[in-house]
Design a protein around this ligand. Structure first.
Ligand code: ADP
Length: 570
């Protein structure tokens, strides 16, 4: 990591240094060189003009002497020619041996009366020279200035530039190395911190004092870690609370994932399972009860709460299993031990059934003897009246014991039902038929409306009992017209018994189907009611897999509705 930062930094430095060097070399050095050249040129022109002037005015010294003196003073070569180009004097060579100079570019201009200049390599010395020639009355004078010195200076400047660049490069190298080392160390600390967080150590922190970009990243990561630790500990606390809560429950709770593997189980489950629940093991290894497993898979597949009774988790004990789907797949099941509740329920039912049974014989005998006494026409009116009261109450008690026995049988599930497909119309007709005469005596009309064609699954006798209880109530408490009917549904047929009597207050509707619940006690007793008719009807309907309810509004009659499953529906 360090070398990568180092290389990047170094590359940036090298780029900047190279760009600067090239810029200086190309533009600054060239400008500087051009201005130097210009300066030399101007200088040389002045000196040439001075030489021309001296040659013109001074006749005391020879041309050769003037040339030599001026050449020395100007550090340049001085040459004097006549108008034909013949060299008259030269500071560095024998004039007579020199070739004709009339064609030299600077001399061509000077012989035409102008100052001429040229820059070229000397044929004799091979170095570059700046030539400036000026006209005189008998020819022209010229200075030749060697530019080799200018070149040497330029070269020196260039070398200094490259040397400085090299030095800057070394400094950049050192700075890049130090910076890379420093940044890499800080980044390594951040990476180490991130690794600690990833491995679950949320208490890890990076103490970064600096406020540069890396410092800002470190501070942001620190903040994230702190928040993560806070959320995690809050999560752990609520999880512990939940665990304690679930463990303190009497009910067993177990959660499985979508693959049917145990995810979690409370202590209640451990107490219940024969061997300790193994996490991540298939649920069938812990509980094999088919109803339990069906409830779990039902909740997972349908994403709905599914309830079942499981009787083989522990032999001799019954559990109420409620499985609910979990958001991420799988399900959680709660198992409630119903054994004790069922035992108490059964004892209660048995007791009621036994009492009712035991009362049957004495009641029959009371009824029999009372009727015999009434038949023997007692002398006193009082005795007749008392006997009549005894007969009426014995009959009522007998009905009560009969109803109690029926209810106990239906509730316990001991009453066997002969479930067959039956046409709804037949059920309605049978019910209407058996009450038509009684109704007519009370000036009540019974009407049948049947619109459900599909047969339903029903025990004729039992459903007849339901209709009897409902029609009996409609006759007792209702009045006017009684309508029996059925409505087809997708999986069920809904039957109804509607009267146009005084109706029932909405506050009673929920409780009507409870045992001994009566809206008007006096009226019920007077009409021979036991308070058990609707409870019996409810249990028969439930045993058929249906539901029962009442709809009513005061002064607008009452409707009792119950459903039965359609026979061929799958
Ligand atoms: P009961 O033997 O008293 O009729 P039920 O269980 O059959 O007992 O009915 C419970 C109570 O519901 C009745 O006492 C009565 O007050 C009320 N009830 C039932 N059917 C009707 C109805 N069709 N109209 C008004 N009230 C009714």
């Amino acid at each position: 990591m360090r070398s990568r930062i180092f290389i990047k930094l170094l590359a940036a430095f090298v780029f900047v240094i190279a760009a600067t060097t090239i810029t200086i070399d190309f533009s600054v050095r060239r400008a500087w060189e051009a201005s130097l050249r210009q300066e030399i040129n101007r200088n040389l022109i002045q000196k040439t003009l001075l030489l021309a002037h001296r040659v013109e005015v001074e006749h005391t010294q020879s041309l050769q002497d003037i040339a030599s003196q001026e050449a020395q003073a100007a550090s340049a070569r001085a040459t004097i020619i006549d108008p034909t180009g013949k060299v008259l004097a030269d500071s560095e060579a024998q004039a007579s041996t020199m070739e004709n100079h009339a064609q030299r570019k600077e001399f061509v201009a000077a012989l035409h009366g102008k100052v001429g200049s040229d820059e070229r390599r000397s044929r004799t010395l091979g170095v570059p020279f700046l030539y400036v020639a000026a006209p005189i009355s008998g020819g022209a004078v010229r200075f030749a200035y060697p530019l080799s010195e200018l070149e040497a200076t330029t070269q020196l400047v260039r070398h200094t530039l490259w040397f400085s660049s090299g030095l800057a490069f070394i400094v950049a190298l050192v700075i890049a190395a130090i910076t890379a080392q420093y940044s890499a160390r800080r980044l390594r600390r951040i990476v180490g911190f991130a690794e600690r967080i990833a491995s679950g150590d949320l208490s890890a922190r990076i103490a970064e004092g600096s406020s540069d970009r890396i410092g800002q990243v470190a501070a942001a990561l620190d903040k994230t870690a702190r928040k993560l630790e806070e959320s995690f500990s809050a999560l752990q606390t609520s999880q512990r609370q939940l665990e304690t809560l679930l463990n303190s429950m009497q009910d067993a709770v177990i959660a499985v994932d979508a693959d049917g593997r145990v995810q979690w189980a409370n202590r209640g489950m451990d107490r219940l399972a024969l061997q300790r629940t193994r996490l991540h093991a298939p649920i069938v290894e812990t509980v094999r009860d088919p109803d339990f497993l069906t409830a779990l898979s039902g909740a997972t597949d349908t994403q709905r709460v599914t309830a079942r009774r499981a009787a083989s988790i522990i032999p001799g004990r019954t559990f109420d299993v409620t499985a609910a789907p979990m958001p991420g797949g799988g399900a959680v099941a709660v198992l409630r031990d119903l054994t004790e509740t069922e035992r108490v329920e059964k004892t209660r039912r048995d007791f009621i059934a036994n009492v009712s049974h035991e009362l049957r014989t004495p009641l029959t005998s009371i009824q029999g003897y009372t009727e015999t006494l009434l038949d023997s026409s007692p002398d006193s009116n009082h005795a007749r009246e008392f006997l009549e009261i005894i007969r009426k109450n014995a009959a009522r008690m007998s009905r009560l014991t009969e109803d109690l026995l029926t209810l106990a049988r239906v509730e316990s599930g001991e009453q066997p039902f002969d479930i067959q497909p039956v046409a709804p119309g037949e059920l309605l007709e049978e019910a209407a038929q058996s009450f038509r005469d009684i109704a007519r005596n009370q000036h009540v009309e019974i009407v049948v409306e049947n619109s459900a064609p599909n047969p339903v699954k029903a025990d004729r006798e039992a459903i007849h009992q339901v209709f009897s209880n409902l029609i009996d109530n409609a006759l007792k408490y209702g009045g006017g017209e009684i309508v029996l009917g059925s409505l087809p549904g997708k999986h069920n047929v809904e039957f109804y018994v509607r009267d146009s009597g005084p109706g029932i207050g909405s506050e009673h509707l929920q409780r009507l189907f409870e045992r001994f619940y009566r809206v008007d006690k006096a009226r019920s007793r007077e009409s021979g009611g036991t308070g058990l008719g609707l409870a019996i009807a409810k249990h028969i309907v439930l045993a058929h897999g249906g539901t029962i309810r009442a709809e009513s509004e005061l002064n607008h009659g009452s409707t009792f509705l119950f459903t039965l499953p359609v026979a061929q529906s799958s």
